[in-house]
Design a protein around this ligand. Structure first.
Ligand SMILES: [Ca+2]
Length: 476
């Protein structure tokens, strides 16, 4: 029998490592086997966690798709980059980390959701295949300029975008039928689902690599963002009857910020049939497991290329999903299930047994971290020193809103969290949590009395930061 040829291990022209950036949308920090969830199955990410530094207290810069992603790519908060809402043309005077990587002789690729505008621009990618929102409720441009739908029209002409629109998937329904959009419908088979298209194209990218340049590949899954429904086997993988519900699902929350947030969507969800919640959770978990397997395929392809030893692997999400916490789904508010994200960093070859880090970090810190991995200048918030066993940032801000009189700002430390909300009626509201001991935020400690030095100190820090954000918002 002929000998099996040795696996090709491309020699890097400049000796720099590759960077594989696995990004998801709306995958909450605790919905993983490795994070202690006993119901969802995520074996491939659990395995990656066993070889990674697991940042257990990671927050997103902003709990909305566009602002969060623009912060990741620019390294600054929304008030500074100006993407306060989901669709906003990027200011080209603000460089993206992908532009900088390209300047460092990296071959840069993206497959999946980017969500930066204009959609036609390269945004620092030498190669990109887009799958932004499929529903033109958000952006007609994104729905039309969609490489996945172009591919689907060839793969499954009978299951094209038009078929999906026909199936009622086009519009984010409001009112009594809102749950139908959140839950979603089966509209495409598993092999042609965008999760698998994303993984297929990522594997092709790895296989095309000729080793002449180090690469940065952003594999950006659209899921588990709603609509949650996938296809066989994942749509039926978790029986709704077996789903644990969050302890806060039916609790009343009467704190000032939450009260001010009680908007139409909350009223709609409060009226939902109780049987809907386990169905939502079961579908979401199925979506998570579908993506987990797709990640497994990509990591297997990386190993088969012989590249596991010279590639950094990052896994994270742009924000979380309440998934029933306080009777809500989705995100866009300052609570933990909305703003906390998973974050794994696996160095080339892995960390034997993995590691955990409980310092408070921000997903946006990846901007400087990725450049650090590529050999760029060290930035103060790079997470690489943590992966190497040293210290790192411990504390962060989170921002979400549109105007100086309409936003939430959060300041988080290891033990404590303070929320400040400016309302259009001129009110400024605060909530405070001993977050390390109260992760479900059941006990608002504000104001805690004038003698509570922790809250006084944190309020001074947060108020100062808010003034800076307000000044930056006025400039846009
Ligand atoms: Ca998102």
């Amino acid at each position: 029998m002929p000998e099996t040829p040795p696996l090709a291990r491309p020699v890097r022209r400049n000796g720099r490592p590759n960077i594989l950036f696995l990004f998801t949308d709306q995958w909450r920090y605790d919905i993983f086997g490795y994070a202690g969830n006993k119901q969802v199955r995520t074996p491939y990410l659990d395995r990656l966690a066993r070889q990674s530094m697991n940042f257990r207290r990671a927050y997103c810069p902003s709990p909305a798709c566009g602002p969060s992603r623009a912060s990741l790519f620019t390294g600054v908060f929304p008030a500074e980059h100006g993407h306060m809402r989901n669709v906003h043309a990027h200011d080209p005077s603000l460089p993206l980390f992908t532009d900088k990587l390209r300047g460092m002789d990296y071959h840069t690729g993206l497959v999946g959701k980017l969500h930066l505008h204009p959609v036609e621009a390269s945004h620092g990618f030498d190669w990109k295949l887009l799958c932004d929102a499929h529903y033109d409720t958000y952006s007609e441009k994104e729905a039309k300029h969609n490489d996945y739908f172009d591919a689907l029209a060839k793969m499954r002409p009978e299951q094209s975008r038009e078929a999906w629109v026909e199936a009622g998937g086009r519009t984010e329904a409001k009112g009594p039928a809102a749950h139908e959009f959140w839950l979603g419908q089966r509209w495409v088979d598993e092999a042609a689902h965008h999760t698998n298209w994303t993984a297929d194209e990522a594997v092709r990218f790895l296989q095309r690599d000729d080793g002449s340049q180090p690469w940065f590949l952003n594999v950006s899954f659209f899921g588990p963002h709603h609509p949650y429904k996938t296809d066989f086997p994942w749509a039926d993988f978790y029986p709704p009857s077996g789903m644990d519900l969050p302890p806060t699902l039916n609790m009343e929350k009467n704190t000032p910020v939450f009260e001010a947030l009680k908007r139409r969507i909350h009223t709609e969800m409060a009226a939902w049939d109780e049987e809907l919640w386990p169905k939502m959770i079961a579908q979401y978990y199925g979506y998570c497991s579908q993506i987990d397997l797709a990640v497994g395929r990509i990591l297997t392809a990386l190993a088969q290329r012989g590249d596991a030893e010279n590639t950094w692997i990052i896994f994270t999400s742009d924000h979380g999903d309440h998934l029933g916490n306080w009777g809500l789904l989705g995100k866009a508010d300052p609570y933990e299930t909305s703003i906390r994200v998973p974050l794994l960093i696996c160095p080339p070859g892995g960390i034997e047994g993995g590691g955990t880090h409980d310092g408070v970090v921000n997903m946006m810190d990846l901007n400087g971290t990725i450049l650090d991995m590529a050999g760029g200048a060290k930035t103060p918030r790079s997470l690489l020193p943590v992966v190497e066993g040293g210290a790192g940032p411990d504390g962060t801000f989170v921002f979400q809103g549109w105007a100086p009189d309409n936003y939430h700002a959060v300041y988080v430390e290891r033990q404590h969290k303070l929320i400040a909300t400016n309302r259009p009626d001129g009110r400024r509201l605060y909530e405070a949590y001993a977050i390390a001991d109260d992760p479900w935020e059941k006990n608002d400690l504000w104001p805690g009395g004038q003698t509570h030095t922790t809250w006084r100190r944190m309020r001074a820090t947060l108020d100062q930061w808010c003034r800076e954000q307000e000044a930056a918002m006025v400039r846009h």
